[in-house]
Design a protein around this ligand. Sequence first.
Ligand code: HDE
Length: 714
Amino acid sequence: MENEKPGSNAKLDQLQNDTIDNSNEKLTTNQGLKINNNQDSLKAGDRAPTLLEDFILREKITHFDHERIPERIVHARGSGAHGVFKLTKNFEKYTKAKFLNDIGKETPVFVRFSTVAGSRGSTDLARDVRGFAIKFYTEEGNYDLVANNIPVFFIQDAMKFPDLVHAVKPEPDHEIPQASSAHNTFWDFISLMPESTHMIMWLMSDRAIPRSYRMMEGFGVHSFKFINSDGAVHFVKFHFKPKLGVHSVAWPEAQKISGNDPDFHRRDLWEAIDNGAFPEWDFGVQIIPEENEHDFDFDLLDPTKLIPEELVPVEIIGTLTLNKNPDNFFAETEQIAFHPGHLVPGIDFSNDPLLQGRLFSYTDTQLSRLGSPNFHEIPINRSITTVHNNQRDGHMRQQITKGKVNYEPNSIGGGCPYQAMMKEGGFASQEEGISGHKIRARSESFVEHYSQAKLFYNSQSEPEKTHLQNALIFELSKVTIPEIRERMVGQLAFVDKNLAQSVADKIGVEVKTLLQPNQSIPADTDSSALQSEESEGKITSSEALSMKNTVKDTIESRVIGFMMTGGVNASATDELKKELENKGAVVQIISENTSPVIASDGQQFIPDHSLSTTSSVCFDALYVCPGDESVNGLIKSGNLNMTVDFINETYRHCKAIYFGDGSEPIISLSDIAKKKHTDPAIITYKDSDTHQRFIAAIANHRAWEFEKERNGLV
Ligand code: HDE
């Protein structure tokens, strides 16, 4: 691939000093003493007890005994990478943040992706929100944008966060289920929280089962503020749009991947970066002048609402590229500590009550997770600017600061370190006028919960709607308390009556709209109501909300399975392999076992997988390689069921399949033979432009519009 290995950047240079290379070195203790025997403990004699004086054994075991730290209370399961943010548009007009001022400027970053509910060892493919947390190592200090792959959140106020997380985590009596929202306590809570409805639409959509971390959007969720050097304030929403498009897997696949390769996303990210297929996102902003704060029919401070791109377009101002895997998972990905309160001048918070609560939580959690207020000194967390202040002590202090002065004001140290004036880069919060009464209440502008849930649902394509509906049926079928199912269906009726009815029909309850405090009778949620809203000029559908409208012009880093056995036609296979690889795809050979495959001309192919060590769900598309002998070999092998299951599953999950010359016998054994397939993503060697059609079908991701046909439902 064209991408080169990353050049040096300020953060990587700094980390270099903390990175140890063990090659050609002798084994030592932590004190640097060379070890002569790493096999046996020191004993009082042959077959005698071990001696307490064995300081080498004691040091080794003591370290081992303490090698785990508490996992993150949420977002425990994750994976990260280094990269760079490049500014493509000068944004001085809106913010004085230096990393957003000079066009072409490059800022080192570390990004950590995560799931929310599961433990550290849980599957990547859980239905869940994904974290998308970015640390920008700027020349003005660290700036953290702790984002998600969904633009809204479940709740409006930080007060409800512990309740939400308790409800979604495994139930407290038996600690079941792991990494799943499909259980009583989650839906009990949600069914009583109308404000979650919009987020539930996203969570039940395929956005919650991404194909790859590299194919997800990122959203800052809250409204933040940009402040320029004249003090002008604009509200801002942050967006990351993946250059590979936004793609997902199907739910039955997600469940199988969880068994077959629970590290699917982690591996995908690692391998892509390792292969030089550096993941990239456009970084964009929606800008709202401060004086237009109240121009919307929702509150900009309400984190359960997004700003439709039809109202405020996303302006692209930079590119985020991930180009280096960490050297050590624990030291970097596990120990990185994000905090929405790590700011630089030119960026400030809004009064979003969810964001305000986060500002307390993140430093607090690092104290128990990383164990010390000195967590900022861990190499991955260290700013690339030198830290100067009067803090000294605490567990595991690293920096050695000279002198007697650890207070301010002082004269002994000549008054240093001085506070910086604003023009010297000193941070000053926006001087926002505030007056009011101290109240524990929710703003009235936060009470409407369904219009954007409806907007999301109505913006989905038919296959997306079907997936969302099936997800609700799956999750609510796992709820064993009928009253919760019923309450939940009642909530859905506020979004779309047909959706509520079709879910209700499958889970054995009736649709009754149950009003909660603060709820009014629902406006009609049928198509005639939509038409009248449209005629009033309201936005009833937004293109950006459907994955159907995403980028579909690249096959870069897609994994294509080449199925073959002995006697395969090497030249035709090689030709397609090269063509796909030239376009950036990854070809992996699957055979009945992992012994070399001898082609008809004597050439050897080394299988990457045997049929029993992989599964169709781990691939984006399938090529049944040409050659009568190879195809017959697959049929005659003891793995025939596996071969046919593989093809059938690829077909059911709407992927592209290309049958090479001689494939008829295997097609006739598969589900494809039983159906009159009409979709362009099934290609046989008899078709014209086969290579181009196959490439276009892979780029299209899935033939979702043929899902019913492929699954025999029409
Ligand atoms: Fe977080 N969140 N969160 N969150 N969050 C954490 O911080 C919290 C929220 C998000 O890869 C924790 O260091 C509260 C919204 C990500 O290390 C913790 C509230 C969004 C990550 C915490 C929220 C997020 C976290 C756990 C509501 C999307 C992973 C470990 C008031 C914009 C960061 C940690 C990583 C992690 C608290 C809501 C994103 C406990 C109290 C909204 C991506 O501090």
